[in-house]
Design a protein around this ligand. Sequence first.
Ligand code: PEP
Ligand code: MG
Length: 580
Amino acid sequence: MRVFTGIAASPGIVVGKLKVVNRQRVVVHEHAIVTEDVAAEIERLKKAISSTRAELEVLKLNLECTTGDEHLFFIDTHLLILADERLLVETAATIEIGLINAEGALRRTLQKYRTTFEAIEDVYLRERISDVETVIEKILRTMTGEAQDVIAPNDGLTIIAAHEITPSDILQMDRTQIVGLITEIGGRTSHASILARAFELPSVTGVEGIADLGLNGSAVIVDGLSGRVIIKPDRETFLDALQRKRRYEYIELELHKLRDLPAQTVDGCLISLKGNVEIPEEGASVLNHGGAGIGLYRTEMLFMNRQEMPDEEEQFREYAAMQQAVAPHPLTIRTLDAGGDKLLDGMPHMTEQNPALGMRAIRLSLNMPDEFKKQMRAILRISALGTVRIMFPMISGLDELRRAKVLLKECMSELSQAGIPFDRAIKVGIMIEIPAAVAMADLLAPEADFFSIGTNDLIQYTLAIDRSNEQLTELYQPLHPAILRSLSRVVEVARGAGIDASICGEMAGDPLYLPILLGLGFDELSMSAAAIPRVKQILRRCTRQQASDIAAACMAFATAGEVETYLKSQITSHFAESFD
Ligand code: PEP
Ligand code: MG
């Protein structure tokens, strides 16, 4: 038995078989062959190409059934490359003329393509070499018998271990069989972790050494509550895990009973608990967990795993599906927040030294106004169907907000001229997730209809701690006095200006923080669907006065550690029997 400890990234306990995903490039050796072997080598190449194609077709079919077909462009691109006769013809010629084995010849073909692509001026086209590389890598893996890079399950319940898992990996994987994730890098608020929680996939991140191929195939327990990963558990540990699993599931079931009860404090103060979502399928889950609408719809997932940006119609359909899933509840749609750890395949990948500080979110949208307007027109059209708000990510000051609003106004005029209905009084809000926006809150408030605090990034930028860096988890402190002061300032400014202030970062979904957030004056919190019942449970056990007293006491502490100790003691003595 081996026990690893990492960061609990998505709750739940699962038992399954470990599949280590080896992301290394397959190693192939080029060697000389004799003329008599040429035909056999070409035949091997042909077989590898056709079985790679068959494998991709099966994957596509599976994904169509499980995820829907909107995210499958990347597979189509790979199938097109496989169908291109030149790949076979040129490689076969190298085998025949150069008298080398098929793997070596395929590597040479790739090298030739690289040189050709490098000469292309258009950055977008030049970067399509990555698709050719992926396809050739797949063929080579088929030939050498190495596992494919697509994260596919084994037979039965599979737990994936990898150095890194990206948001697009999670979207692609067959989540009916993949029941848990373990990664070496990533933090609790990295986007892959957020997506894992959205799909209720228990996961542990920051587990060094887990991608060791020697562990492949082992029985494993992933404990997404404590952050422990146990390989080849002994009988006692296994039974203990099962018991913890049952207890967790029982508590979840009990919490489910709160679904239809109001989200209100003992003294009758109603708080709006909403859901954070990424794809329309999650809308129903939010309502099922008792959520009162969507406080944050991260639209970037629609833009991932594909080569070109979705057009206005496609976006309209996707947002309409989300709106219908949650109607008559309100829906807050955030405009594209790509960049950072959410890279889009269809856009030139800039090499940035600091992607978190780079061309992302609103900056990126303002940089491509035509695409930005397509998205805003689609959102505006949805606003004709029900209560919809639009929200801009990573606003750092008035210039960005004003520029975005000018483009929004243009979209409104265009729709009016075309006679297309939309809500002329649509609420336009901003995310407060950059320290500059906190400092500027009083100047931003008159020009925004609401604030929504993105604590994930606000903590990252205020404390200068990379939210995805597993080595810095201890320093990523939501209760740092600088963060509490920022939250307090923003809610006070909003109240003074008469606009709503909510929180949609992960902090909102942690029941430990509920009393302080409530006490500071927030009356709207948005979180992953699964977090809603626990937050509601604590909410229904406290009064606003208790929460205000707790918040006031917390504001007087000088370190995050002191605040945390105090908060835990308050929670366990007043609102919950245990807290793990
Ligand atoms: C945040 O930063 O807190 C947030 C909600 O946005 P995201 O996690 O998508 O960056
Ligand atoms: Mg953010």
